[in-house]
Design a protein around this ligand. Structure first.
Ligand code: GDP
Ligand code: IMO
Ligand code: MG
Length: 424
């Protein structure tokens, strides 16, 4: 591994298994840095029969060798963040010493959450299906130049600044018929703010640059997935940040020429939580079967995830947007024992056959074209070497590699750290 940074990100609509893989890879890195998103993320790690779900904290936190950075591109809900810290402290009393929080990261206010909920309620059937964590309104205030940042907590007039922004939000809320009670949330928020003030607030952009110049290895951890990117995702059914490789640059202060590998994670099928187009969705027993076998329920909201066949044009699009150099295929075990196995290789779009993602994924205009693949029966969860995987799965993987033109270097066969097979 050469000096500089690698990026690890999701290539679908999130929940690809980023948390698990960051945890697996952290032993090779000195710095693990989250670059965007906030508590809308739920990154799951499993080892020693314990399952951990992280929302704001980078997934390298369980390893003593790495500094964990919450970058400037992240938005932080102080209450959720302190709740995460409390859970972690029970298991890893010193984890907080290796956690650095960017002074430039933006704060999610209680009123941002109210605005998120009010906006969603007003949209009716056109709602985004937001996690209601206040993500959209917080990024709106960031780009609107109204936001409050972690570093503002250290200023003497922080409360005045808070009150100015809160008033702006309360005025906006008058435009919605949305009942709320702010008192308890606001009190808890202030308590959490006072705690955060005593933590390692840091100029993490400088930290990242120093790490680079001293030859340290940096892993940038993405949240959400490429198809939820605010520019390149299925807009408007997206999140409000740059989930793609470019987001690692703006979300950490990492120059593009300092990036080496871009590791793209995808499920062997595909899922989505929330609203929006989904060409290969399975609204039948097969879809339910994938949901049950893959335990496809949101790590953050508990909502059932929509499920479908692997969509190769969408995957190829995500690989191109991010410049992916290595692929990792997750949840291959979930496909064992299926009666049928299909992959979408192209679309029918306005009477033509295309193999790229067009502007509109409206189902009236676009239909997936599938090829049937050979399925396999074997339970994969106890397999310890990629060469022991069933032939049909090897063929499935080779097929994807050939279509995308990037090597699949790892196949995951279960949620545990150990259920991770490197391909030779
Ligand atoms: P993330 O948001 O990308 O970190 O992914 P999530 O944690 O939200 O969702 C992935 C889910 O799949 C979690 O429950 C993981 O524990 C689980 N998981 C990860 N890899 C595998 C795998 O290879 N097989 C199975 N069965 N589950 C996996
Ligand atoms: P991780 O990091 C899956 C989805 C929501 C909704 C849309 C907008 O765990 O992969 P937001 O709250 O961001 O305004 O919601 O994005 N979404 C996710 N789906 N995994 C996530 O994160 C997600 N974060 C947001 O369901 O459709
Ligand atoms: Mg998740």
């Amino acid at each position: 591994m050469s000096q500089g940074a690698d990026i690890l990100l999701g290539l679908q609509w999130g929940d690809e298994g980023k948390g698990k893989i960051v945890d697996v890879l952290t032993k090779n890195y000195d710095v693990v840095a989250r670059f965007q998103g906030g508590p809308n993320a739920g990154h799951t790690l499993e080892f020693n029969n314990i399952k951990h779900v992280l929302h704001t904290i980078p997934s390298g936190i369980f390893h003593e060798n790495a500094v964990n950075v919450i970058g400037n591109g992240v938005v932080i809900d102080p209450i959720i963040f302190c709740g995460e810290i409390d859970k972690l402290l029970k298991l890893e009393p010193h984890c907080i010493d290796r956690l650095k929080i960017s002074r430039k990261a933006h704060l999610i206010l209680p009123t941002h959450k109210l605005l998120d909920a009010a906006s969603e309620a007003s949209k009716g059937k056109n709602k985004i299906g937001s996690t209601l964590k206040g993500i959209g309104p917080t990024y709106m205030d960031k780009t609107g130049r109204n936001g409050l940042r972690i570093g503002d907590i250290e200023l003497l007039d922080f409360i005045d600044r808070y009150n100015v922004l809160k008033k702006k939000h309360l005025d906006l809320l008058k435009g919605y018929e949305f009942p709320f009670d702010l008192q308890i949330a606001e009190k808890d928020w202030m308590v959490a703010i006072a705690r955060i003030k005593r933590m390692n607030l840091s100029d993490t952009d400088i930290l990242i640059q120093k790490a680079f110049h001293s030859g340290k290895k940096i892993l940038a951890e993405g949240a959400q997935g490429t198809l939820l990117d605010v520019d390149f995702g299925t807009y408007p059914y997206v999140t409000s940040s740059t989930t793609t490789a470019a987001g690692a640059c703006t979300g950490l202060g990492l120059a593009p020429n300092r990036i080496n590998e871009v590791i793209g994670i995808f499920k062997a099928y595909i899922t989505r939580v929330g609203s929006g187009p989904f060409p290969t969705e399975l609204n039948d027993d097969l879809g339910q079967n994938l949901r049950d076998k893959g335990n496809e329920y949101g790590s953050t909201t508990g909502r059932p995830r929509r499920t479908g066949w692997l969509d190769i044009p969408a995957l190829k699009y995500a690989v191109e947007i991010n410049g992916v150099t290595q692929l990792m295929m997750m949840k291959a075990d979930v496909l064992s024992g299926l009666k049928e196995l299909k992959v979408c290789t192209e679309y029918r779009y306005l009477g033509a056959t295309i193999n790229h993602l067009p502007f509109s994924l409206n189902e009236k205009l676009l239909q997936p074209v599938y090829v049937e693949m050979e399925s396999w029966e074997e339970d994969l969860t106890g397999i310890t070497s990629a060469s022991d995987l069933p032939k049909a799965l090897q063929d499935y993987t080779d097929f994807i590699e050939e279509k995308i033109g990037v090597p699949v270097v790892l196949i995951s066969v279960g949620p545990d750290r150990e259920q991770t097979l490197w391909r030779g």
